[in-house]
Design a protein around this ligand. Structure first.
Ligand code: GTP
Ligand code: MG
Length: 363
């Protein structure tokens, strides 16, 4: 993440190249396209594949790109920096375990650098590294790097985020991306790939309490099958499940999968875990609807009608107390009323705004 045009897509493209992770012919294809367009080689085109993105030289959609690195898989989510696409950036970042904030050494910390920094914290991301890029354009200057590093460190510290590393890089020249820079002998820290390898995977969703979101109920050759997705945790045939909000319990008799029977003639599943979509049959005919949530009774969710939330407001209209909203919770929909707004923060400024309405995010 980071401000528009600061070099995010370029950096990812370069990283994949330097790790030898690009498919054969890819560089040649980009080279040919840049020549057709009469422009210098553009690493960002590896990520920016849409026509409009290449014409306007900005990222619009988040792109995901997958890397097999040593003993683990890393998925890079390249977010757009343009403020018009903040929504795409939030959606992309919401699924991440760690963040890399990219800052142009020459331009320094700008509005979206600050705003994205704040959003990291808001989205619950706690592992953050910073790449200060385009150092080639800033003469690989130590003092300039130190200035940018100090501004972003204090900004993120104010938000409550620690930075694991701040790496001066040049994506264009491949300095400190994978290979250690010869041009920045004054820097002693990790290269970018080392900083990324330092991120720890978050605890698996499988280890959390069971949350099975019921999406539908089928009546199928005399059997009643509840279909849903395991959002977190796991369960076994024979487990007693609690269904909320009906507050009824039953035991799992079978776990059904499709196609049926399974094509490889594998035995029926006895366990299902986070990420799987399954059907289940129960030992009792409960009345359950789409939107119900199944859990283990001893680790049940807290039920409430009133709650406090942190809300990221992207609506076209301002948000004010009394607003009636539709809320989607997994497969359920609910009508809710906003009772009160306690605090409003403009993520670009960090200072609390006065008043009890949330304006449309600043243009
Ligand atoms: P958005 O996704 O639109 O926010 O932009 P971005 O952050 O992905 O920036 P992008 O990678 O598209 O780079 C913007 C421009 O900066 C491109 O023309 C790049 O070639 C140039 N650029 C990126 N990194 C470097 C670098 O290390 N050195 C130099 N000289 N130019 C760079
Ligand atoms: Mg980009």
């Amino acid at each position: 993440m980071g401000h528009v045009g600061h070099g995010k897509s370029t950096l990812i493209g370069r990283l994949f190249h330097d790790l030898g992770a690009l498919p054969p012919g890819k560089i040649e294809a980009i080279q040919a396209m840049c020549e057709r367009r009469g422009m210098p080689f553009e690493w960002a085109f590896l990520l920016d594949a849409l026509q409009a993105e290449r014409d306007q030289r900005i990222t619009i959609e988040t792109a995901q790109i997958w890397l097999r690195d040593r003993d683990r898989d890393i998925i890079f989510i390249d977010a757009p920096g343009h403020k018009e696409f903040l929504r795409n950036m939030v959606t992309g970042a919401a699924g991440a375990d760690a963040a890399l904030l990219v800052i142009d050494a020459g331009a320094g910390v700008e509005e979206q650098s600050r705003r994205h920094g704040y959003l990291l914290h808001f989205l619950g991301l706690r592992q953050v590294a910073v790449a200060v890029t385009k150092t080639d354009l800033a003469g690989y200057d130590k003092t300039r790097f130190a200035e940018v590093a100090s501004v972003i460190t204090s900004h993120l510290a104010n938000i409550g985020l620690d930075i694991s590393a701040i790496v001066p890089v040049s994506a264009r020249q491949g300095e400190n991306v994978v290979a250690q820079a010869k041009t920045m002998g004054w820097y002693r820290g990790p290269t970018l790939i080392e900083a990324i390898r330092g991120f720890k995977p978050l605890p698996s969703l499988r280890d959390l309490p069971l949350r099975l979101a019921i999406q539908d109920v089928y009546n199928f050759d005399q059997r009643r099958i509840l279909v849903g997705r395991v959002e977190a945790g796991s369960f076994n045939v024979g487990d007693r499940l609690l269904f909320s909000p009906a507050n009824s319990e039953a035991r799992v008799v079978s776990i059904e999968t499709w196609p049926h029977p399974r094509p490889d003639a594998a035995p029926p599943l006895t366990e299902a875990a986070a990420g799987q979509s399954v059907g289940i049959t129960l030992d009792r005919p409960l009345f359950i609807e789409r939107g119900a949530l199944a859990s283990h009774p001893e680790r049940a969710p807290l039920e409430t009608e009133v709650f406090r939330a942190r809300l990221f407001w992207l609506g076209r209209e301002p948000l004010a107390a009394g607003a009636r909203l539709d809320m989607k919770i997994l497969a359920a929909r609910a009508h809710v009323t906003l009772e009160a707004i306690e605090r409003v923060i403009d993520p670009g400024e960090l200072d609390p705004l006065t008043g009890n309405a949330v304006p449309r995010h600043a243009e």
